[in-house]
Design a protein around this ligand. Structure first.
Ligand code: NAP
Length: 314
């Protein structure tokens, strides 16, 4: 029987990229796919790769449609309202928002790292934050070199990380999401500053890294918005409890989903790929490494991660 797939937030940056990745992973043609949006765009026709969809409003009728997989990418409020209800109806829900990432019983999954946290009974799975995924992918490999004492990360995050309206602010030189403007600007916080003096995005990275790696990591994060369209970058410092070397680091990082370059990486080469790029790998003291990480936030940081979870489940 065909798998029935629903994408909630299908016209958004992540939802649209989920469609692209489903196509690339051979999960598009021959699959029964329903696209859900807000009441603003419901009823409109949506054309993707020549296939016509009618955009649907998320309502009680949707619940009774017996979906096998439901991707949520319409913001935390929508997920909080609907995700568990779809899971109760038997669907496997993969949620791209931050709604459930902190819940102990809900796995926070990067398939290359901790897919085994999903059991036969798991119905709700959280996809981590976009900037956490690319860091986790690299840290997971570096942990093979020994015990981590401290991680310090500073991010350079593109506007697409804040959704379609933010993306259009950059494109149109507008101030709808970024009230100060984002063209020719840098914003030294992402999300509100919270009680511990770290911004929302920084706390997400710091909490989620340990949950994904299954180990408490002493990490300090600074998250910064920069005026680029797609692709997040991170400058990372790692201190180990033991001596390490660049050669050993290169050996453990060598895998299908990570590419290490001797030269600098450019965003244009990272966009539209599912690979995590590492460059400027260097050593300060015997137990310290520094490097730069880049990935496509809409793919590696969201859609590809989510679709890969689904693909592994089927
Ligand atoms: N952007 C990233 O890099 C990234 C990475 C990881 C996780 N995420 C998370 O993924 C989620 C979506 O991000 P995005 O960047 O794709 O946002 P976006 O571009 O703003 O898209 C939002 C989508 O949600 C739909 N929507 C809004 N309200 C809805 C409702 N009440 N019911 C159903 N659909 C509704 C919108 O439909 P309309 O067309 O009707 O407005 C649109 O399709 C956010 O929670 C975000 O934090 C984003």
């Amino acid at each position: 029987m065909k798998n029935k797939i629903a994408i909630i937030g299908a016209t958004g940056l992540v939802g649209n990229t989920i469609l692209k990745v489903l196509l690339e992973e051979n999960l598009f043609w021959g699959y029964d796919i329903s696209l859900f949006v807000s009441s603003r765009s419901a009823g409109k026709e949506f054309l993707f790769e020549g296939r016509r969809f009618r955009l649907l409003e998320l309502d009680e009728n949707a619940l009774s449609q017996k979906f096998d997989f439901v991707f949520f990418s319409a913001g935390s409020k929508v997920s909080l309202m609907w995700a568990k209800r779809f899971a109760d109806m038997g669907a496997v829900v993969i949620d791209n928002t931050s709604a459930f990432r902190k819940e102990k019983t809900i796995p926070l999954v990067v398939p290359e790292i901790n897919f085994e946290n999903i059991s036969n009974h798991t119905k709700l799975i959280s996809n981590p934050n976009c900037s956490t995924i690319q860091l986790a992918v690299v840290m997971h490999k570096l942990m093979l070199l020994g015990e981590i004492e401290k991680v310090v990360v500073s991010t350079y995050q593109s506007v697409s990380g804040a959704g379609r309206r933010a993306f259009l602010d950059l494109k149109n030189n507008a101030k709808n999401v970024f009230k100060c403007g984002i063209n020719d600007e840098i914003i030294a916080k992402i999300g509100e500053i919270q009680e511990n003096d770290y911004a929302e995005e920084e706390n997400k990275i710091m909490f989620e890294l340990s949950k994904i790696l299954g180990k408490t990591i002493d990490i300090s994060a600074t998250a910064v918005r920069v005026p680029t369209s797609v692709g997040h970058a991170e400058s990372v410092y790692v201190k180990f409890k033991n001596n390490v070397s660049v050669i050993d680091a290169l050996a453990v990082l060598d895998c299908e989903h990570i590419k290490v370059l001797n030269d600098v990486v450019y965003l244009k080469d990272v966009r539209e790929t599912n690979v995590t790029y590492v460059c400027r790998l260097r050593q300060k003291n015997k137990n310290e490494l520094e490097f730069f990480v880049m990935a496509d936030n809409l793919r590696r940081g969201a859609a590809y991660n989510a679709v890969k979870i689904m693909k592994k489940l089927i």
